[in-house]
Design a protein around this ligand. Structure first.
Ligand SMILES: Cc1cc2nc3c(=O)[nH]c(=O)nc-3n(C[C@H](O)[C@H](O)[C@H](O)COP(=O)(O)OP(=O)(O)OC[C@H]3O[C@@H](n4cnc5c(N)ncnc54)[C@H](O)[C@@H]3O)c2cc1C
Length: 322
């Protein structure tokens, strides 16, 4: 029971009703299966998935959600780092679309670099295609990461020696209650390994200002292709997954530790440690969240026994735990 005498379920239903007054009904999806919104293709229903197309809509939805603190809500990007419980998510998932799916060149920096603003919902693949077309270099490392740029800022996503912090000049953010927009410099973002201050602050990434250098489009294409080939040859890209399941621990690599513990191919139900890349737990067919968690628990236990190192999940566990 919550402060207003309603159950959490009833409060959430009231929040959904209020949201339906500010967002068109076709973008308030009730009991939406999260398996349709995650790269793992796993997850039961959220009470509602709400798609916001403008900053005004986002501010209104956040205002409604935060005025009912008993009802849960959270942001989802492209769901490529999510494991959602088989029971689903008891609350409101907020997804960005419309105006947030944008990218444009906004000017030149003093040193000759070019400034580009990308909306938080823009996929990294789309950012990469735009930058290549305009002969802008710096984000080749991210071209094969299947996330949105908002999620990539949240995670300080990185690959092949590059990470978001190398190219972010500043970030436009909305306060968690939708009351204000802030522009924060890259220094203020406190970027670290798969981390930014967005995680603790609860701020919402609205758009990102990127600083990129000019280069020959053919050379950018060649670098993107080379990285894509390396990715395809090393990673189980044909199976649903959430990428690296565990964070890189201090003093080692998760994939090597899992491989050394003899766990490649270890399977529970439909979830399995990839034979191709031990750092990935894959959905080999019909996996449940519980299957994935069982694999993760076993991997943690065996790696600890074998190496004394405790692996921490990189994948975000939603309404479930190890
Ligand atoms: C096959 C595969 C390969 C991968 N390879 C890599 C890799 O090489 N390097 C790497 O770093 N990652 C990799 N990943 C993981 C994942 O793609 C990245 O972490 C990506 O940045 C997540 O972006 P997303 O939009 O999917 O975020 P989501 O998974 O949807 O969300 C991640 C977190 O960000 C938050 N969030 C999302 N959008 C916003 C926003 N606008 N404002 C505030 N918070 C927000 C969410 O609440 C959540 O906590 C891989 C995943 C897969 C499936």
């Amino acid at each position: 029971m919550t402060g207003n005498g309603l159950s959490i379920k009833e409060t959430t239903a009231k929040v959904i009703e209020e949201i339906r007054r500010v967002i068109p009904a076709d973008r308030v999806l009730k009991d939406e299966l999260m398996s349709a919104h995650t790269s793992f293709r796993i997850g039961g229903p959220a009470d509602a998935l709400v798609i916001c197309s403008t900053e005004e809509e986002l501010a209104a939805v956040l205002g409604i959600c935060t005025s009912h603190p008993d009802a849960e809500h959270m942001l989802i990007g492209n769901g490529s780092n999510f494991l959602v419980s088989d029971d689903g998510y008891p609350g409101i998932m907020i997804k960005l679309g419309g105006d947030f799916d944008s990218i444009s060149i906004v000017g030149d920096a003093d040193d000759g670099d070019v400034m580009v603003r990308a909306g938080a919902a823009k996929f990294l693949s789309g950012v990469s295609a735009y930058l290549t077309e305009h002969g802008l270099s710096g984000m080749e490392f991210a071209s094969g990461i299947p996330g949105s740029i908002g999620g990539a800022v949240f995670m300080n996503a990185g690959a092949y020696g590059g990470e978001m912090k190398d190219v972010v000049s500043s970030v436009r953010l909305m306060r968690p209650d939708g009351s204000e927009i802030l522009e924060m410099s890259a220094d203020e973002m406190d970027f670290g390994y798969r981390h930014s201050m967005v995680e603790e602050s609860g701020l919402i990434v609205v758009s990102v200002l990127l600083k990129l250098s000019r280069d020959d489009p053919a050379e950018i294409v060649a670098r993107v292709h080379e990285l894509q080939e390396r990715r395809n040859s090393k990673q189980p890209v044909n199976y649903p997954s959430a990428g690296s399941t565990f964070k890189r621990p201090v003093g080692g690599f998760a994939a090597a530790l899992i491989d050394e513990a003899g766990l490649k191919g270890y399977r529970c139900g439909g979830a399995m440690v990839s034979e191709k890349h031990a750092g990935f737990v894959i959905n080999a067919g019909g996996a449940t969240a519980e299957d994935v968690l069982s694999v993760m628990r076993h991997v943690r236990e065996k790696v600890y026994e074998n190496s004394g190192i405790i692996l921490e999940p990189e994948v975000r566990l939603i309404n479930c735990k190890l």
